[in-house]
Each structure stands twice: as C-alpha cells, then as structure tokens.
Design a protein around this ligand. Structure first.
Ligand SMILES: Nc1nc2c(ncn2[C@@H]2O[C@H](COP(=O)(O)OP(=O)(O)OP(=O)(O)O)[C@@H](O)[C@H]2O)c(=O)[nH]1
Ligand SMILES: [Mg+2]
Length: 366
C-alpha cells in the first residue's frame, strides 16, 4: 500500500509509469545494447531453467552479437572488394578468376553454419520440446505423465476414459524444457464429454513436436494399432512418433529402446518406473539437444534462427553464382541480402512493428 501511495503521488506530480520494456528500448535506441542483447534481458527474466538463465546471460553480455558483428564485418569487407571491382572495371580486378572471393565465401558459410548451430541449441533451451502423450484408453498415458513428472499430476484409475481434458505439465531434462500434455484415450465414443476430449487431443497432437503413442503391451497390439490416418493430422508435417510399449512388468519384456525401419519403440513400465530413462534420453535426441552448458552456446529466439537461415541461403546463392561465373552484380546482391538478414538480429535493420512487438512483450519496469 505504501508503495502504491508513493507511486500515486508521483503520478499526481507529473511523473508517468514506464511502458513495458521502455528502459530496455531506450538502451537499444541509444546504442547501449543491440537488439539481440535487449531481447536477452526479457529471456533472462523469463528463464525457467538454470541453463536458460545462463545462456540468456551470455547473449546479454554480447556473446551472440560479437559473433554476428564478426560475420557482418567480413561481409562488408567482401562487398567493398566486389563493388570496387564493379565500379572501376578499368582496374580489371578479375574477382571471378581469382580465388580470394571463393575462399572468403566458403569461410563465411562455415562460420555462419556454426553460429546457426549454436543458436539452434539456445533456442531449444528457450522454447523446449512439446510432446503429447496419446493412445487408446486405459493404456497408461496418465501414468506415464506421472512417471515423467515424478508426481501424481494426473488421475489414474483402471476405468477407461479417466482422462477427459488436456493436462499440461512442464519438466526439464538436463536443461531442456519439455512441455508434456496428457490426453483423453482415442477411441470412438458416444459420450459428448469424451468426444470433446478426443477432439482436443487431436488438436494438441497437430501442434506437437513429438507424439508419444502409448500402447498396452499386455493386450493384443492389433486392437490398439498405431494408426496415423485415424488421427486425421494435417498433412505435410510429419511429427516424429515414438511407440511406447507400456506395462512391460506384466509381459516380462525387457525395458529398452528398439529402432525399427519405421519408428522408435520404447518398452517401459510407467507404474513401476522401469525404462523411463530410455524415454528421457530419446526425447533429448529427438530435440537434437546436446546439453546447454557447452561453450559457445547462447540464448536465441526463433526470429534469430529465421534471419540466420536467410543469411545462409543468400550466402549459398552467392557461392553458386560465383561457381557459375555469373556477373559480380549477382554476388554483390547476395552478400547485401546476407548482411541485411544479420542486421535484423542486431537491430541495425528493423521495422517499427518488430520493435514494438519485441518490447511490449517485456514486463513493466524493464
Ligand atoms: N501393471 C501395470 N499397470 C499399469 C502401468 N501403467 C498404468 N497401469 C495401470 O493401467 C490403468 C490405466 O492407467 P492410466 O494411466 O489411467 O491410463 P490412461 O491411458 O491415462 O487411461 P485413460 O485416461 O482412461 O485414457 C491403471 O489401473 C494403472 O494403474 C504399468 O506400467 N504396469
Ligand atoms: Mg488418462
């Protein structure tokens, strides 16, 4: 209350409350921070794991930006070299014939690929993996959620159709955030509530990064087929699917992971906690997660990955144009596009819209 009264009095005297992210925005506009660093402030505040906090701290201190500026400097150098050749043809710099340009573009490409790989790891730590637990009724989906979270998050009974609504839980595996959803058992049902639950489960599956399809190993596998088409998923986006053979305590099958031609199968017992570690390891592998503590990894957002990918495409185009001996203008334009894409990350080239979107997602007072 006292704080509130003081604030109210200050506002009466003519002060105004800061907008969300206003302080970071000012630091950015005044050149104290670049955009990637400013975004790292928000990422640091919102970090949900220790790894995420550490990586955001690295980006904030400029680890990501320094690597970007090194790339941008090199691009500027190359563009100057190329464009001098274009502007002063009488000097006869035959850059297509000499190998300097090819070597430099090759080196830039591999550096860009390395930055992208680090950024992808950072983005994983920030956004994590969304896995949906799905399958027929009563196979142990909720038990699996409980086993993974180490809690009694979901109600488990031997009555089919226990889970009707979606249940979300977040855990982390060695610093990788995992967003888990338990769903209603998939089968044809006349029950309105269950039908709605199944509809929601489908929707959730369509937006997932991975599906954990649970089956009851002690029952006839044909009756609980792993049937993709029945799920009615949007085509064109194959979502990795792991077949979980649950209840191996009843069948005596050895817990573990098997790779078949079509899929990965993991035998486990959710109730007895057998074989869960195989699933954890596999989820990390699915995400492409290498552990966030490695040197050179920093926090990054999807926006950054998108820009890095565009820069990479432009550089590959430059290499192709050079190999095909196209005229220097084409290569110069590719390099310009690559520089522009990288500049969008640091905030050198941005639109008002983008800035507004970034800073309004900050909390007030930052
Ligand atoms: N023996 C054995 N029983 C299990 C195992 N996992 C789950 N169960 C039992 O299977 C029954 C169903 O488990 P749930 O976790 O509720 O299954 P569900 O797939 O969530 O079921 P619905 O929500 O109804 O679709 C319960 O009686 C569990 O105790 C297991 O690994 N071994
Ligand atoms: Mg359930």
């Amino acid at each position: 209350m006292v704080l509130d009264l003081v604030l109210r009095r200050l506002v009466e005297l003519g002060a105004r409350l800061a907008r969300p992210g206003e302080f970071s925005e000012r630091a950015f506009l005044n050149g104290k921070l670049d955009l990637a660093q400013a975004e790292a402030i928000a990422d640091l505040i919102e970090s949900s794991t220790e790894t995420a906090a550490r990586l955001a701290r690295r980006t904030l201190s400029g680890d990501f930006s320094r690597r970007l500026y090194a790339l941008i400097d090199e691009l500027i150098r190359l563009r100057t070299y190329l464009e001098a050749g274009l502007d002063f043809p009488e000097e006869e710099i035959d850059f297509l014939a000499d190998s300097t340009l090819g070597t430099a573009i090759g080196a830039l490409l591999s550096q860009l690929e390395a930055v992208l790989a680090s950024a992808q790891q950072g983005c994983l730590v920030r956004e994590g993996l969304r896995a949906v637990i799905a399958g027929p009724p009563n196979v142990g989906k909720s038990s699996l959620l409980n086993a993974l979270t180490g809690s009694e998050a979901a109600i488990v009974t031997d009555i089919p159709g226990t889970t009707r609504d979606l249940l979300h839980r977040e855990i982390q595996i060695d610093g990788l955030p995992l967003h888990l959803t338990d769903t209603a058992g998939m089968h044809s049902s006349d029950d309105l509530v269950e039908q709605e639950g199944i509809r929601r489960a489908r929707q959730e599956i369509a937006a997932a990064d991975a599906i954990l399809w649970v089956s009851d190993d002690s029952r006839n596998p044909d009756t609980q087929a792993f049937n993709l088409s029945a799920l009615d998923l949007p085509t064109g986006s194959p979502i990795p699917m792991v077949l979980i053979r649950n209840k191996v305590d009843l069948t005596g099958r050895k817990p573990g992971l098997t790779r078949t031609a079509e899929r990965v199968e993991i035998a486990l017992s959710a109730r007895e906690g057998l074989g869960i570690e195989f699933l954890r390891e596999h989820l990390k592998e699915l995400a492409g997660y290498q552990g966030g503590e490695a040197d050179g990894i920093f926090m990054a957002r999807r926006r950054h990955l998108d820009a890095l990918n565009r820069a990479l495409t432009a550089m590959r185009e430059a290499r192709a144009n050079l190999q095909q001996q196209r005229s220097g203008e084409f290569i110069a334009e590719d390099l310009r596009q690559a520089q522009q894409a990288l500049g969008e990350i640091t905030g050198e080239f941005t639109t008002e819209d983008l800035l507004e979107r970034i800073f309004t997602s900050f909390c007030i007072g930052k």
